[in-house]
Design a protein around this ligand. Structure first.
Ligand SMILES: NC(=O)c1ccc[n+]([C@@H]2O[C@H](COP(=O)([O-])OP(=O)(O)OC[C@H]3O[C@@H](n4cnc5c(N)ncnc54)[C@H](O)[C@@H]3O)[C@@H](O)[C@H]2O)c1
Length: 381
């Protein structure tokens, strides 16, 4: 092929240089455990500059910056999200606080014109999630929710299989992700900071894996159950953590979605069964089995199997397990957020979808507390 032909496909280098010249001014609110993953990815991005960090615990953000090798002279540190947002001109911010302050920090940032990458779960309650969606709409800014499993090629494959019509009409989904023993500690186990337990920590991933694949139909009703027989028990948790544990460590729910689809949901940080089982999606033309992982975190745990009739024979296709993106899921999560902000693209993981995820989680909580099925009522945003 001649140079003339090949040169047609040469990227526009001049434009790339102009873009790289203005760095994307980034902030991190909450410098705990998960902020480390955000910081690690920012270090790989030449066009993004971390300029501000905030944490309620005095000195925590400064220590964090030093530990991660950031030049502390170039970063401004603040005692809470408010001071950070009030004093900085940012292009984007990662909200990495515990669940109970997700809504407050995100709304404040959006109202002050800052794009937000918000860690999962979206919020604690549906009401908070609605308030965030309204603030987002009013601000015209971008909000993406931090579900890094979305960046996994296997998870994308689940959606491609459904969208290609391989399963026909989907009518039943059983969600199987859960852990035999895998209770976290730190701020995850107290209502004051986490609001919810296993439901918000890993249940949200399990729901997203299937709801994203089927296009996030609106949830209509939910019957929920939640319990905590392991977290507060010093036989199964270390005594100091057991004493302060006051969230769910197990939950189940039966959810009706628009379009005549039902979701049978289970999640656990702890139980006596080795695994609650695989996730299965049943459709009129095929079915898909998605293996769980031992310590469930939203990943596809092994080769998926597609079941279909082929010319009258009941057949099974083992799907190849696809590799992770080269720089990892977290890099893709943060990079896709920055790229969407810079190029006016839609949010990689939009709040309009995760609002339904949150409504199911909160519906399970509310139904469990009431002891009966409830209707899920989500107003127009
Ligand atoms: N995506 C993932 O894989 C993943 C993994 C772990 C945790 N998370 C999520 O990340 C969030 C944080 O988890 P973590 O383990 O890092 O918690 P953490 O408790 O270690 O850190 C949270 C930090 O936020 C700070 N904070 C709270 N409110 C604040 C405010 N208003 N302004 C400034 N700082 C504030 C706290 O002082 C704390 O240092 C949780 O919502 C969790 O669900 C996501």
């Amino acid at each position: 092929m001649s140079d003339k032909v090949l040169n047609q496909f040469t990227p526009d280098v001049v434009e790339e240089e102009v873009k790289a010249a203005k760095k994307f001014r980034y902030g991190i609110i909450g410098t705990g455990w998960i902020a480390e993953a955000h910081a690690a990815t920012l270090k790989l991005m030449d066009d993004v500059e971390l300029v501000a960090m905030a944490d309620l615990i005095p000195g925590k953000a400064e220590t964090f910056a030093k530990r991660w090798g950031f030049d502390a002279e170039k970063i401004h540190f603040y005692p809470s999200h408010k001071e950070l947002i009030d004093n900085e001109k940012l292009d984007g911010v990662s909200v990495c606080t515990y669940n109970a302050t997700h809504a407050e920090c995100t709304i404040y940032a959006l109202e002050h014109g800052v794009n937000v990458l918000l860690e999962k779960p979206f919020t604690v309650t549906t009401e908070e999630a609605i308030a965030v969606c309204r603030a987002e709409k009013k601000s015209g800014k971008l909000l993406s929710i931090g579900f890094q499993p979305r960046m996994d090629n296997n998870m994308k494959e689940i959606k491609r299989i459904v969208e290609a019509g391989e399963l026909g009409k989907v009518y039943y989904i059983r969600i199987g992700g859960g852990r035999r023993r895998g209770i976290p500690n730190s701020t995850f186990i107290e209502k004051r900071t986490a609001g919810i337990g296993a439901l918000g920590d890993i249940g949200c991933y399990a729901l997203d894996m299937v709801l994203n694949a089927i296009g996030y139909p609106k949830p209509l009703t939910v019957t929920g159950y939640k319990s905590a027989f392991f977290g507060p028990n010093p036989k199964y948790n270390n005594p100091a953590d057991a004493q302060r544990f006051d969230v769910d460590d197990f939950a189940a729910g039966f959810v009706r979605l628009e379009g005549g689809i039902v979701v049978d949901f289970i999640t656990s940080w702890a139980s006596h069964i080795n695994t609650p089982g695989d996730t299965i999606i049943l459709g009129t033309e095929g079915a898909l089995r998605i293996p769980s992982t031992e310590c469930w975190n939203g990943s596809v745990g092994g080769q998926m199997t597609l079941y279909k009739d082929v010319a009258g024979l009941q057949a099974e296709v083992k799907l190849p397990l696809l590799p992770e993106p080269p720089k990892g899921l977290f890099f893709e999560k943060v990079r896709s957020f920055v790229d969407a902000c810079r190029n006016n693209l839609p949010a990689p993981v939009p709040s309009s979808q995760i609002l339904y995820n949150q409504a199911i989680i909160d519906g399970i909580v509310k139904s469990a507390e009431l002891g009966k099925e409830i209707e899920i009522d989500i107003p127009e945003i």
